[in-house]
Design a protein around this ligand. Structure first.
Ligand code: MRU
Length: 377
């Protein structure tokens, strides 16, 4: 099989460009993101001057992926504080922008608590705003460190499961540097395998309906030189049947206390396929994605997205024709079922890899111990 992706435009972003930047031009502080809805056709930066612009960017998925949502949420609170907006109101709007990824509310809470504590201690709103920004910067940095540690733990696990390397990894959605303070979660593990000369193939699910795999993971794989092949989500079954997959590596948007994993819709069918074919199903996520307050999978709120994402092809380089700005592929008025995520039960998850180490088998006790360890460090 041959890889077909060809980069058709000059790629000017230097390697290592952060997924989010805090800038302070004379007009006041801003947050700068790469607009992920425009990739891979164009690299367009999005400049948010207030929290409501950031809320809109998060809803439209211009800014997306659980770790980045956490970092963005924290910076969003800092932005509201620095520009003199109502911080609690901004925090509420940001935390509610999308419901499933727990990292978003964790990030918002961290910056908001830093702001409130500094305000209570000093009574000075400028100092409180600086405290919120420091908390956001800390979170950004911690996520980069967590990413590197997840990559190392994940590669060690792959090598243990399949000594000698030559890993053929199937991944779903996008879990790379575009959505992280560092190089990502599951994709960072694949990249570590690639750098170690032990990635034989990265299988990239296109990830309908919004093509985060085709648009974003393929973009990142091409930029980093990974040997990758794109497939439709429906083709995964035949790939397993052909014995072409050694491990599934995915990220997570929320991990419940019992180890249930909410991730991009289409992850659960992969877990079922992996179990049937005796292939390890590995989840890579920072400890901030584990939510001890969500007892099990049934308690995870699953975001429902507009039907037009299913009845139309929404892609950045197509002409605007349908209600959602995409090309209609279903008869007018067709109803659609469009959950953004699904939940994989813990018994189908071989291992959860975090920056604090790997949990396998996945049990409530082992996860609770992991969270306790992380609080201590
Ligand atoms: O709806 P998105 O694009 O924000 O999807 C979230 C995700 O990126 C995936 O579910 C991902 O696998 C987990 S986040 C590392």
């Amino acid at each position: 099989m041959t890889d077909q992706y060809a980069q058709t435009r000059e790629d000017n972003r230097p390697a290592g460009t952060p997924a989010v930047r805090w800038e302070e031009p004379p007009e006041g502080p801003v947050l700068v993101f790469l607009d992920q809805t425009r990739l891979p056709a164009e690299e367009v930066e999005l400049v948010c001057t207030d929290a409501s612009a950031l809320v809109e960017a998060i809803r439209s998925l211009a800014v997306r992926g659980a770790p980045l949502l956490g970092i963005a949420g924290a910076y969003g609170v800092a932005l509201a504080a620095a520009r003199g907006f109502d911080v609690d109101e901004a925090a509420r709007a940001l935390a509610n922008a999308r419901p499933t990824a727990v990292n978003l509310s964790v990030g918002v809470r961290r910056a908001q608590s830093a702001y409130q504590a500094a305000l209570a201690g000093t009574g000075d709103v400028r100092r409180a705003a600086s405290a919120a920004l420091a908390a956001a910067r800390r979170m950004h940095q911690e996520d980069a460190q967590a990413s590197a540690r997840m990559a190392a733990h994940g590669l060690a696990l792959l090598d243990e499961l399949q000594p000698g390397g030559g890993h053929r990894i199937l991944t779903h959605c996008n879990t790379g540097a575009l959505m992280s303070g560092g190089e990502g979660t599951a994709l960072a593990v694949a990249l570590a395998a690639h750098r170690a000369g032990r990635l034989r193939r990265l299988w990239v699910d296109e990830t309908r309906p919004l093509f985060q795999g085709a648009r974003l993971t393929a973009y990142e794989a091409a930029r980093t030189g990974m040997p990758y092949t794109l497939l439709t989500d429906n083709a995964a079954g035949s790939l397993f049947a052909a014995g072409e997959v050694d491990a599934v590596l995915i990220g997570a948007d929320r991990i419940a206390a019992d180890g249930s994993v909410a991730n991009k819709v289409g992850s659960y069918p992969l877990a079922v396929l992996a179990r049937y074919h005796h292939v390890p199903f590995i989840v890579v996520a920072p400890v901030t994605t584990v939510d001890p307050d969500t007892p099990d999978g049934a308690a995870i709120e699953i975001e429902q997205r507009p039907g037009y994402e299913v009845t139309e092809i929404i892609a950045p380089q197509v002409p605007v024709t349908g209600a959602g700005g995409g090309i209609p592929v279903a008869p007018l008025g067709t109803q659609a079922y469009n959950p953004a995520f699904d939940v994989t039960p813990p018994e189908l998850v071989t291992a959860i890899v975090t920056e604090e180490g790997t949990v396998s088998p996945v049990t409530a006790g082992a996860l609770a111990e992991l969270c306790a360890r992380s609080r201590r460090t």
